[in-house]
Design a protein around this ligand. Sequence first.
Ligand code: NAP
Ligand code: GDD
Length: 322
Amino acid sequence: MTKTALITGITGQDGSYLAELLLEQKYDVYGLVRRLSTPNTTNITHIVDNIHLVEGDLMDQSSLDTAIQQCRPDEVYNLAAQSFVATSWQQPVLTGEVDALGALRVLEAIRRNKKDCRYYQASSSEMFGKVQETPQNEKTPFYPRSPYGVAKVYAYWATINYRESYEMFCANGILFNHESPRRGIEFVTRKITDAVARIDAGLQKDLRLGNLDAERDWGYAGDYVKAMWKMLQHDSSDDFVIATGEAHSVREFVDLAFKEVGLDYEDYVLVDPKFFRPAEVNFLMGDSSKARNILGWQPEVKFEDLVKMMMKADIERYARKR
Ligand code: NAP
Ligand code: GDD
């Protein structure tokens, strides 16, 4: 029987890859989109005729109730969020409203309207923040370092609470950073690959960054959405860390990106205090052995290949523009 899925955040990086995956699996795919003065469907232009878009906003309970009533989903993937950590200090209340209470609103909409629907919550390695052990796994205590991280901890526990209070199928994917050519331009990886491509094309002179020594466990978004899907196919709901198990610094990323166009990053990169955060997460590295053993998931794309993939896409984009 054809399954129906509702994806919140379908216009984002992960939403677009997940929609592709679910279409391949023959799902009937619905995506929640919020009203914007200029619609932002760049990431889903290629599949927009094969999916159904429903209007709604994580700030608005009634729109979520209506979306669940309309779609009658078997699975809901709650990917919508104010997802940029730096902005969460500028807009802490909005971040809490969308990322914390927004998740609760989606859970409530499911409980009231389609309780047997399976729920995926986009939890984050940012919850580990000032890490209490390395590598981080499902049992590592949280120590969030940003309004974003704090909001995600709320949503994480709300997900577990609905599982335990109402016997709903609710899973947390604790995903470490994952990137792709569809990554938003303000996140450090995409900011770097876009800038290097622009410098190579003669459109930009330098690249201003913040903390070059921050380390992240970076994977490929296309690999990570497979883990989301696997979590909802499992026979019981549970929480899983999804990570590569390797940490690399921003400096290593920038070095490799410039090498792709035969340049030395030290000739172009300027450190700008504007991009430092009030409280930094210096290091993240995940242990995803639970997901590997129970779900049979593993990442395919290596760090070096991810940098190459993103560089290639940005170079081609500027070449097309020229
Ligand atoms: P993204 O590209 O920033 O996409 C965020 C999506 O949320 C967009 O579709 C956005 O819609 C939507 N959205 C924002 N506010 C909304 C609201 N009030 N109501 C409805 N939709 C709203 O994020 P992503 O990288 O794909 O990440 C997906 C999820 O995973 C997020 O929850 C993020 O916090 C979490 N996460 C990401 C990573 C990562 O490394 N990428 C790691 C761990 C967890 P518009 O297009 O209208 O802005
Ligand atoms: N964005 C940005 N811009 N980050 C910079 C810069 C810069 O110019 N210079 C250094 N960095 C450092 C940040 O301080 C941070 O330590 C690291 O690069 C990564 O920053 P982001 O790419 O913005 O990602 P993030 O780790 O803060 O958050 C992402 O990953 C989380 C999972 O751990 C987002 O996708 C979150 O939504 C996600 O939950």
